[in-house]
Each structure stands twice: as C-alpha cells, then as structure tokens.
Write a protein that binds this ligand. Structure first.
Ligand code: FMN
Length: 392
C-alpha cells in the first residue's frame, strides 16, 4: 500500500529502526503529556472555509527572513540523522534543496557541516546552536557556519538542561558512544568521542549574553523554544530577528502548552515586529493552515522528517515534504486561500477572518474556560477535563 500521509511514514519507520533509536526519536519528557497535546491541540481548532472565491491559482510560496521558500513547511533541527539513514544529514539536505525549503541543521549533526553543504550546495540552510560553555568554541562554530553560507543562527533556548526522557534512561541510550559530533570535535585538537562530554550546553546563558553573539556575527538570530509573551517581549527588546514557538516536540519540559496554543500569545506580543514560526505536532496540511491563520509565518517539522529518512533516505524526506505541501495546497483551496494566510494572532474575530476558530463548547464538557490563578507562570489549577485556553 502506498504511503499517503505523514503518519503512514511513522508506522513504517518503526520497522526500520532499533528499539532504542525509535524510542529516542519518538521520545518525550516526563509523561509525554505535552508531546501528545501538540497534536491534540491542533484538533481542537476548526477551519472556517469560504467558498465562491477563485482558487484556480493557489500559490503556496512565501518568504522567511526575506528569502523565498516553495511552501511554509521547513525542517526543524534534529540531531544524529545517521541513526536513521547512513547518509544522515546529507540526505536531508538534498531533499530540502530539491523541495526549495529551509533546513535547520542541528549542532548535533552526525555529518560534518562541510559534507552537508557539499551534498546540497544550493540549499537554503540555517544553523541551530546549542550555546556551549566554551565561548571560543561558540565563536569558531558561528564563524564557520557563516563562512559556509548558513543564513541564520537559530539559538535553542529550552535546553539549559536535558529534559527527563524516561525511555532513553531505561534504554541507557548513549549517543556519545554511537556517533561523533564531528563539527564540535573538528574545532578542537581532540579526537576521542569521549570528548563530547567536554562540550556542555551553557546553562548560564542569559538574555544579556545575546549581545555577545550579536557582536560576533552578521547572521540574523532566531530564538527557538519561546512559549510566553514575556519572553517574546524580551526577544523583541534584544533585537532578535525571529522566534520559533516550540516546546522541543515535548522532549524538554512536560506540561507546558502545546505549541499551537502558545502561538497566539507570542504572536500578539511581538505585534508584527518580527517573524514568528512554529514547530511541534504539525502532521497535516490543515495543521499548517491553522498555524498560519494564527500568525505563524512558517512551520517546521521534526519527527516526520526522521520517519521519511528512516524509510527511504533522501527520497523519504522528499515524499514527506511533498505530501504535506500537497495537503496544504488542498487546505488552502478548500478554505478559499489563493496565498498562505497571514494571521496576526489577535482577537478571535481576527482569527476567524483568517480562517480558523476554536469551538466554545462551554457546557458541552469539552472546553472550559479557566481563570488565570495561582502563582506567576502558573496558568491554571483545574480539574482533569479542563484545558488551557489561550484566550484568557
Ligand atoms: C530525535 C529528535 C532530535 C532533536 N534534536 C534537536 C536538536 O538537536 N536541536 C533542537 O533545537 N531541537 C531538536 N529537536 C526538537 C525539534 O527541533 C523540534 O522542536 C520538534 O521535533 C518538533 O516537534 P515534532 O517532532 O512534533 O515535529 C529534536 C527532536 C527530535 C524528535
């Protein structure tokens, strides 16, 4: 049977991977609530189709940071692609280049950055940085990606410490033993894989340290992992160029809001002054449309790319991207959009105007609005059936 949707790839990928690799890719922090909610939250949003509009010419193209992409569907940074396919990130980069979209390469790539660039020399790439404690190493890495033609620096902010991933602990997963982090290593004199432990993520990195990064690079800086309006406002104040609303696919802090639920408050906070993107739980063309209608300029995919890679390498990633792009095209046409919607994430009326709404099922049992109560940073205290509502 042919694969027809992204979750078909999920089922097939499982058959190609060892248990520990599968658990690593699918894994989540804590009880996996946020990972599941990333998907469930999209299902709580409904589309508002508008008909009798000319959709004979639907155009999925858009721009991010001023550069054109064929559709607002790009690739999130994920580490260790050679766990899924022998050519690893080289295959991913080729597929992204063929699709005409952006591929964010992880600090934890298992191919060298030179090999990735050589594999797809015309590719549109950003580099994801886990800030290391060694400032000199960060500087060398940033200068290297700049010289290799990466066009933005994506700083992941939600990993001051690794999340509590129970299955990886149970499996005693040790990626350091499996794969070399060639780029970090090539910047030092050392050769042993054991030296990976020498590259700890800098858990003391703060807002004020961003100016140091800005002083050593011309690249636009995007922050990945922002979930609140407070941090979105700080991002604006510190003059970053973009935000990826993300909870790391539910792999870092469990019980935070689904990305799509956090999107609205972040989009409202930045008031159109910087681009906001989203990752986490995007699996269908309708999900892409919902994210855009709520104010994301583009979405990024994490696990689905690894499923495609595990099944068929470069061709699998191409298929994943094509399927989602085709679905998005259909979603646009069937909701009356000739071009990708541009929501500003504001009031419900504004969201409705861009093609989505959240059913107000007060009393029907499905959704109950909550008062913000308790401590700063704690959005709710509630009974099991109640859900976080971004409208409060
Ligand atoms: C196996 C795996 C490895 C990841 N590695 C990284 C990484 O190196 N850097 C990073 O910023 N995020 C990393 N992420 C998080 C993704 O960038 C992204 O936020 C998340 O996967 C999006 O959710 P989705 O998988 O539901 O699409 C990783 C995610 C997975 C599943």
């Amino acid at each position: 049977m042919p694969v027809v949707c992204l979750t078909d790839f999920e089922a097939r990928a499982r058959k190609h991977l060892s248990k520990s690799t599968w658990d690593y890719i699918e894994g989540a922090a804590g009880e996996g609530f946020t990972k599941d909610d990333n998907i469930a939250a999209f299902k709580r949003i409904r589309l508002r189709p508008r008909y009798l509009r000319d959709v004979s010419q639907v155009d999925t193209r858009t721009t991010i940071q001023g550069e054109e992409i064929s559709a607002p569907i790009c690739i999130s940074p994920t580490g260790f692609h050679r766990l899924a396919w022998p050519d690893g990130e080289m295959s991913t980069a080729r597929a992204a280049q063929a699709a005409g979209i952006c591929y964010i390469t992880s600090t934890y790539a298992s191919c060298t950055l030179e090999d990735i660039v050589t594999a797809a020399p015309r590719g549109f790439r950003w580099f994801q940085l886990y800030v290391q404690t060694d400032r000199q190493l960060n500087k060398q890495l940033i200068q290297k990606v700049e010289s290799l033609g990466f066009r933005a620096l994506v700083i992941t902010v939600d990993v001051p410490k690794l999340g509590n991933r129970r299955q990886d602990i149970q499996n005693q997963l040790n990626l350091k033993e499996n794969l070399l982090l060639k780029d970090l290593q090539s910047l030092t004199e050392r050769n042993s894989t054991a030296h990976l432990q020498m590259f700890p993520i800098d858990s003391a990195f703060c807002w004020d340290d961003l100016s140091w990064v800005q002083s050593i690079t011309q690249l636009p800086i995007i922050l990945k992992g922002i979930l609140t309006k407070e941090d979105a406002e700080l991002a604006l104040k510190h003059k970053v160029h973009g935000i990826i609303v993300s909870n790391h696919g539910g792999r870092q802090l469990d019980d935070v809001p689904a990305s799509i639920d956090a999107l609205t408050e972040v989009v409202a906070a930045v008031k159109g002054k910087l681009e906001v993107y989203l990752d986490g739980g995007v699996r269908t063309g309708n999900d892409v449309l919902k994210a855009l209608a709520l104010g994301a300029k583009c979405v990024f995919l994490g696990r689905p790319v690894l499923w495609g890679l595990a099944c068929k390498g470069e061709h699998g990633v191409k298929e994943v991207l094509n399927i989602l792009k085709d679905e998005f095209h259909t979603s646009m046409a069937l909701t009356g959009h000739q071009a990708p919607p541009r929501g500003r994430g504001g009031h419900q009326c504004e969201q409705k105007a861009h093609g989505v709404f959240r059913p107000q099922a007060r009393g029907s049992g499905e959704y109950l609005h909550l008062r913000v109560c308790g401590f700063p940073g704690v959005k709710m205290t509630c009974a099991a059936r109640q859900v976080f509502s971004p409208f409060l």
